[in-house]
Design a protein around this ligand. Structure first.
Ligand SMILES: NC(=O)c1ccc[n+]([C@@H]2O[C@H](COP(=O)([O-])OP(=O)(O)OC[C@H]3O[C@@H](n4cnc5c(N)ncnc54)[C@H](O)[C@@H]3O)[C@@H](O)[C@H]2O)c1
Length: 297
């Protein structure tokens, strides 16, 4: 199936990036938010990101202007009626997502494909809110969308193989490398990443090494661009905690269980970079200092 027009629901952190890469790839792109204020904020962040790509000579200024002009901002759902692909990127809440898909199912032409950008919820559970079950899949982009190359294409037990092919082709069309995965908690990336992040916290908790040594070990020993505790702070401990709880309830395996230290840190508001304190202290953001109070002496 050929995708000619794209719809993106939500213009927050992820939705704005997803709409931007669609527009840059030449698709007329309808993008919807809940209020004019949030929509304007999302559009401003797209404009800023396009400007940066012009500065870096990735796009010419006319290409950036053309991409921006392909965006069709709206507060309504009606604009999605003739889209071939609608990608949902609203808040991570199953009930809100199911309500949205049920409403879209009434409005959008029946042959169109629906996709969710969820990180942790079940595609199958969202799909059952619609009557287009074979035409439903996950398209999981990574943050920041204009820069990150990966898309996880998520199939359910009933996704039509032609729809999977269309999803893979769409990801390539917007300049990404797709990988195919099944609708299981965490897909591929978070299923492998989350236990690693949790284990690094267990290593602090058990006194295996200092915060700095654990990070240095994985950087220099494994060639990772950043250590796991720095990465925990970067992603936000609350976000990883939330995903870990979902993975733990899916698989009931200890490796997905958030360690007690992580829970205490989240309860205390030590969320990492965004709260100014996590495994590192960001009082001087350019020169974070290890939070040695957390280390087992
Ligand atoms: N943040 C990440 O790193 C990341 C990475 C991959 C996937 N995701 C997933 O992407 C989705 C969005 O996450 P985000 O980080 O962009 O969140 P966000 O809070 O930045 O954006 C969500 C936006 O959706 C809007 N919204 C809520 N209900 C809506 C509706 N009915 N119609 C239109 N807009 C609506 C909100 O106003 C908000 O602006 C979530 O499912 C999340 O799990 C996030």
């Amino acid at each position: 199936m050929e995708i000619r027009k794209v719809g993106v629901v939500g213009c927050g952190l992820m939705g704005s990036g997803i709409a931007q890469v669609a527009a840059m790839a030449g698709f007329p792109t309808v993008v919807r938010e809940v209020s004019q204020e949030v929509l304007d904020k999302g559009l401003a962040s797209i404009r800023k990101s396009l400007d940066k790509l012009v500065e870096k000579n990735v796009l010419s200024s006319s290409q950036a202007a053309e991409a921006f002009a392909r965006l069709q901002p709206t507060l309504q759902l009606d604009g999605f009626a003739d889209c071939d692909l609608v990608i949902e990127a609203i808040i991570e809440n199953l009930e809100r997502k199911r309500e949205l898909f049920a409403a879209l199912d009434q409005i959008v032409k029946p042959e169109a494909i629906f996709a969710s950008n969820t990180s942790s919820l079940s595609i199958t559970e969202m799909m059952t809110a619609t009557r287009r079950r074979p035409r439903f899949l996950g398209l999981h982009f990574f943050n920041p969308v204009p820069l990150m190359k990966l898309v996880e294409v998520v199939k359910t037990v009933v996704t039509d193989p032609a729809v999977i092919e269309t999803g893979l082709a769409y990801a390539r069309k917007v300049g990404k490398t797709p990988i195919l995965t099944s609708d299981r908690g965490g897909f591929i990336v978070n299923r492998l990443l989350v236990p690693y992040l949790l284990d690094s916290i267990r290593a602090v908790e058990e006194g295996v090494g200092s915060i700095e040594d654990i990070d240095t070990g994985m950087k220099l020993g494994c060639g990772h661009p950043m250590g796991p505790l720095t990465l925990n702070d970067f992603v936000g401990l609350d976000t990883t905690y939330y995903i870990a709880e979902i993975l733990f309830s899916e698989f009931r395996e200890k490796r997905f269980a958030p360690p007690p230290l992580m829970k205490r840190m989240v309860m205390a508001g030590m969320l990492g970079r965004k709260s100014g304190l996590g495994f590192y202290d960001y009082t001087d953001p350019k020169n974070p200092k290890p939070n040695t109070m957390l280390e087992k002496k």
